[in-house]
Design a protein around this ligand. Structure first.
Ligand code: SF4
Length: 466
C-alpha cells in the first residue's frame, strides 16, 4: 500500500506548495513507512527529493525550502515483495518526448510481465522492477499518437489489467486516475486557488482544505490553470452507475484507512464502530472489560463494548516508536518483538475476563503472542472478536499480507484456530454484517480475500492468457 498526494496552484504561485505536499504525505504515513518523496514542478523544471524512511526523517525545513514550484506530487510507500530497492522509491521522474513527467502510483499490474516483455521488444529500457516504469513507458508511447495526456492515459488504462490509483504531474497539469473498479481510493480537495488529490481526505482536514469528492471508478481528473476536467474509462454509463459498480477494497474500512477519513461517502470510524455492534449481536461473550488491539481494533472494540453494555478500556498500548524489529527468527525473539511493540496496562486487565477486538486475523501469530502476553499479565480469560470474516483467499491486489502465506482459515475450523491462538473463545463477524456496517457507501466492495471473488482478475489468470 502507498499514500499518494498531489497539489497544484492554478495561479502558478509557489508559496507553500512543497510544504503542502509534505503535510499531505505526513497525514498519509499510515499507508506506508518504507520510503517517501516529493517531486515539484517549477515552470517546467522538475526537482525530486526522496529516500528510504519515514516522511519526517526524509524532509527538513531546509530541504522543503529548496523545493520551489507551483505543482507537486508526493508519495509514501509501504514494503512490497514485487518492488524492491532504491529504484522503487517514488515519485518516479522521466523526460519524455512531450516533456517532464513525475508520477506517484499505488498499483498492482497483473499483466506486468506481458507488458514489460512487449515494451522491451519495442526497445524500452527499464531501470527497476516497478509497475510505475511500465505505466510511464506505455503512457509516453501512447502520448505520441494522441492529442493530449488524458487520452494517452486512457489508452494506457486499456492496456493495463490490475488495480491502481495514480497521480501524475506534467509540465502544466496535475492528473489523478482511479482504476476502473475504484479499488484504490483517491479524492479531490481544494483550498483557495490550490487543488489537491489525496489517497484519503484526512490529509485535506490537516491542511484545512475542503474535501470536494472521491474520484469515480475509471475517472481521469485533470487540473490546470483553467480548472478541473474529467474523462472516463467507460463513458457509456452514467456517473451513478459507474460509482455503484465500483469495488473499493473492503480492507480500507477494516484497517488500512485512518479512522477520521471518509471513503466513498462512508466514515471509516463509524463503519468500524458498527462492526463492533454487529459482533456483539453475532458473538456476545461474558467479559468484564473490552479492549481494542491498537490502533485499528479500537473503534470496533468500542462498538462491541457498547453493544454488550460492558466497560471499554485501554488494556494494550502500541509503542509508536518501534520501527522494524529484525529479531523474528526464533519463537523467543518473535515474542520479544510483540513485547516491544505492545505494552499491557496490568491494572486494567489483571484478574479480569478480557474481550479483545482486532481488525482481522491473517496468520494468527501476532494474535497468539498478544493473548499469551495478556494472560502473563494477569488476564483471567481472553476472548477474541474479529471485525472481519475469515481470510481464506490471498490478496493479489497488494493490500493485506496474505499472499504466499498458509492461511489458517483455509484449512482449520474456527474452534481449531481458537485452540491454535490460545483464546478462550473466538468469533468472526459475518461478511453480511461487515457489508452492512458500511452504511451509506455509494459503491460496492472487493471482498475477494473472504469469498474468492477476484473481480479484477488474478496473476494466475493473466499468466494463462500470455
Ligand atoms: Fe482488499 Fe481483500 Fe480485495 Fe485484497 S482481496 S483488495 S485485501 S478485499
Amino acid at each position: 500500500m502507498s499514500g499518494l498526494f498531489g497539489v497544484i496552484n492554478t495561479k502558478n504561485e509557489s508559496e507553500g506548495v512543497a510544504q503542502t505536499a509534505y503535510y499531505g504525505i505526513f497525514s498519509l504515513q499510515h499507508r506506508g513507512q518504507e520510503s517517501a518523496g516529493i517531486a515539484i514542478n517549477n515552470s517546467g523544471t522538475f526537482m525530486v527529493h526522496k529516500n528510504s524512511g519515514m516522511v519526517a526523517d526524509i524532509f527538513d525545513e531546509v530541504t522543503l525550502n529548496t523545493l520551489k514550484g507551483s505543482c507537486a506530487v508526493a508519495h509514501t510507500r509501504g514494503g512490497s515483495d514485487r518492488e524492491t530497492g532504491t529504484d522503487a522509491i517514488q515519485p518516479t521522474l522521466i523526460k519524455s518526448r512531450v516533456g517532464n513527467i513525475a508520477m506517484s502510483s499505488d498499483s498492482v499490474i497483473l499483466n506486468d510481465h506481458e507488458l514489460r516483455e512487449n515494451l522491451k521488444n519495442l526497445g524500452a529500457i527499464f531501470q527497476s522492477n516497478t509497475d510505475s516504469e511500465i505505466i510511464l513507458s506505455l503512457f509516453s508511447r501512447n502520448r505520441i499518437a494522441t492529442d493530449d495526456c488524458e487520452h494517452a492515459l486512457l489508452e494506457t488504462m486499456k492496456e493495463i489489467r490490475g488495480v491502481y490509483a495514480i497521480i501524475l504531474m506534467t509540465e502544466n497539469k496535475l492528473i489523478g486516475i482511479r482504476d476502473p473498479w475504484g479499488m484504490r481510493p483517491l479524492s479531490l480537495g481544494k483550498k483557495g486557488d490550490t487543488y489537491m488529490l489525496s489517497s484519503e481526505n484526512c490529509a485535506f482536514d490537516a491542511l484545512d482544505a475542503e474535501y470536494i469528492r472521491d474520484l469515480e471508478p475509471g475517472e481521469i481528473v485533470s487540473i490546470d490553470k483553467n480548472g478541473v476536467t474529467s474523462l472516463y474509462y467507460d463513458d457509456s454509463v452514467s456517473s451513478e452507475e459507474r460509482i455503484r459498480n465500483g469495488k473499493v477494497c473492503i480492507f480500507e474500512y477494516v484497517y488500512v484507512a485512518r479512522p477520521d477519513s471518509f471513503i466513498d461517502c462512508t466514515s471509516i470510524y463509524d463503519s468500524r464502530y458498527r462492526t463492533g455492534m454487529a459482533l456483539a449481536k453475532e458473538h456476545p461473550c461474558e467479559c468484564d472489560i473490552v479492549i481494542g488491539a491498537p490502533d485499528s481494533g479500537n473503534a470496533a472494540a468500542l462498538g462491541f463494548a457498547d453493544g454488550l453494555g460492558v466497560p471499554y478500556g485501554s488494556g494494550l498500548l502500541k509503542n509508536r516508536y518501534v520501527g522494524r524489529t529484525f529479531i523474528k527468527s526464533t519463537q523467543e525473539q518473535r515474542e520479544l518483538a510483540v513485547k516491544l511493540k505492545f505494552a499491557v496496562l496490568k491494572t486494567a486487565i489483571a484478574g479480569k475476563r478480557v474481550a479483545i477486538v482486532d481488525d482481522s486475523l491473517v496468520r494468527g501469530t501476532t494474535t497468539k503472542h498478544i493473548i499469551r502476553f495478556l494472560k502473563e499479565n494477569g488476564a483471567k480469560e481472553v476472548h477474541v472478536r474479529l471485525a472481519s470474516p475469515e481470510v481464506k483467499y490471498p490478496c493479489c491486489y497488494g493490500v493485506n499480507a496474505s499472499k504466499g502465506v498458509d492461511l489458517p482459515a483455509r484449512t482449520k475450523t474456527v474452534e481449531e484456530i481458537r485452540d491454535m491462538i490460545g483464546a478462550d473463545s473466538l468469533g468472526y463477524i459475518s461478511l453480511e454484517s461487515l457489508r452492512e456496517s458500511l452504511k451509506g457507501i455509494h459503491c460496492g466492495c472487493c471482498s475477494a480475500c473472504f469469498d474468492g471473488n477476484y473481480i479484477a482478475g488474478t496473476e494466475e489468470a493473466e499468466s494463462k492468457t500470455e
